[in-house]
Design a protein around this ligand. Structure first.
Ligand SMILES: O=c1[nH]cnc2c1ncn2[C@@H]1O[C@H](CO)[C@@H](O)[C@H]1O
Ligand SMILES: [Zn+2]
Length: 385
């Protein structure tokens, strides 16, 4: 039987906003082109002559959050036109990457894998390799600044191919070419419905032969079939989102999403009685990491509220859940904010935050010895204090 999760009063009383901000965090799913500072978009857009839907920092931040809040993944993705437009030069890419590292480190993130699709940054003549080199250069600058500020952080990249395009094999080769220079993995992203991951089998087979790591966005805007294909056909090591995995769970024959009790209030007996379908059982048995992004899912309609977001049920059922931001700009969020939301609305405490943090670090594409070092030297000393 599963052990109930104890909420210790000691932990909950300590969980003010500042404690959460200081807590070391590991982030596996964050889009570089979804995390720009509004002020930077404004400045860069003037330099490159790109017209924006708002002309003040606050106006722009509001425009992104509201436009992304459409309930549809396809419309959510349209907002990226305005970030990608200012990421077409070496200077633009370097600056965005550097600021990304500074912002994550200021939020207490000690390890991050940031992803982006190089094929979307070729409009002004850069080559795919030049795009990757510019981003890596900006990240290294950011790491130096963060270290100088006393907040060390390691940031690697996942190179993404767009699932509607037909470039995944070329992009996979690009990722492998830069494996010694900060690229630790590969991903596919973009509209999910109509673009199954099996369209990109060639890329995944190549990556496996290269002993390279990859994750796949699956089970966000489309259901179990997408998750099944990502794992069983493509061989994904992790799942981007994976929220729809709850469609494979029932309690007394009722889909868990129809039970109508906030997940934080489920009793140990109810949790123990949840029935896992074969795919969900496989994912839990194999400890396949789920890169979950609560706020993003509310915006795209993949989950209704924080309290009823599957992350809480899947965590209590001991799936290997990780907590992520997805797109900090579009969701107006940060790792601290995602943690605060779960604490305020879904019954999470420091014990759960520690678990998702250690899970993320265990699931990172960073080499094992470096993962252990971060867990032992940065994560455990804080959470076990
Ligand atoms: O939640 C998401 N689901 C699917 N695709 C996404 C999501 N967020 C961002 N992107 C897509 O990934 C590209 C590379 O970073 C972005 O340009 C966006 O189109
Ligand atoms: Zn994503």
């Amino acid at each position: 039987m599963l052990e109930p999760t104890e909420a210790t009063s000691d932990h909950s009383t300590r969980l003010d906003a500042e404690t959460i901000r200081l807590a070391p965090k590991a982030l596996l799913h964050d889009h570089l082109d979804g995390g720009l500072r509004p002020a930077t978009i404004l400045e860069l857009s003037q330099q490159v002559g790109h017209e924006l839907p708002a002309d003040t920092v606050d106006g722009l931040a509001t425009w992104f959050a509201e436009s992304a809040d459409s309930g549809s993944l396809v419309r959510y993705l349209e907002t990226f036109d305005h970030t990608i437009a200012v990421m077409q030069t070496v200077e633009g890419l370097q600056r965005v990457a550097r600021e990304c590292v500074e912002d994550l480190s200021a939020d207490g993130v000690v390890y991050a894998e940031v992803r982006y699709a190089p094929e979307q940054h070729l409009e002004q003549g850069l080559s795919l390799d030049e795009v990757v080199e510019a981003v890596e250069e900006g990240l290294r600058e950011g790491e130096v600044l963060a270290r100088e500020a006393g907040r060390p952080i390691v940031v690697d990249t996942l190179v993404t191919a767009m699932r509607h395009a037909a470039k995944s094999r070329e992009i996979a080769e690009l990722a492998v070419r830069h494996r010694e220079r900060g690229v630790t993995g590969f991903d596919i992203a973009g509209a999910e419905a109509g673009f199954p991951p099996t369209r990109h089998l060639d890329a995944f087979e190549y990556l496996r032969r290269e002993n390279f790591h990859f994750t796949i966005h699956a089970g966000e805007a489309f259901g179990l079939k997408s998750i099944w294909e990502a794992i069983q056909w493509c061989g994904a090591e992790r799942l981007g989102h994976g929220v729809r995995l709850v469609d494979d769970l029932t309690l007394d024959g009722v889909p868990v999403t129809d039970v109508g009790i906030p997940y934080a209030d489920w009793t140990p007996e109810q949790l123990a009685a949840v029935q896992l379908g074969p795919l969900a059982a496989y994912v839990r048995d194999r400890r396949i990491p789920l890169e979950m992004c609560p706020s993003s899912n509310l915006q795209t309609g993949a989950a209704p509220t924080i309290a009823s977001h599957p992350i809480t049920l899947l965590d209590r059922l001991r799936f290997r859940v990780t907590l992520n931001t997805d797109n900090r700009l579009m969701s107006g969020t940060s790792m601290s904010r995602e943690m605060q939301l779960l604490v305020a609305e879904a019954g999470w405490d420091l014990h759960h935050l520690r678990r998702v943090t250690v899970n993320a670090m265990k699931s990172a594409f960073l080499p094992f010895d470096q993962r252990l070092e971060i867990i032992e030297n940065q994560i455990k000393p804080f959470y076990d204090d």
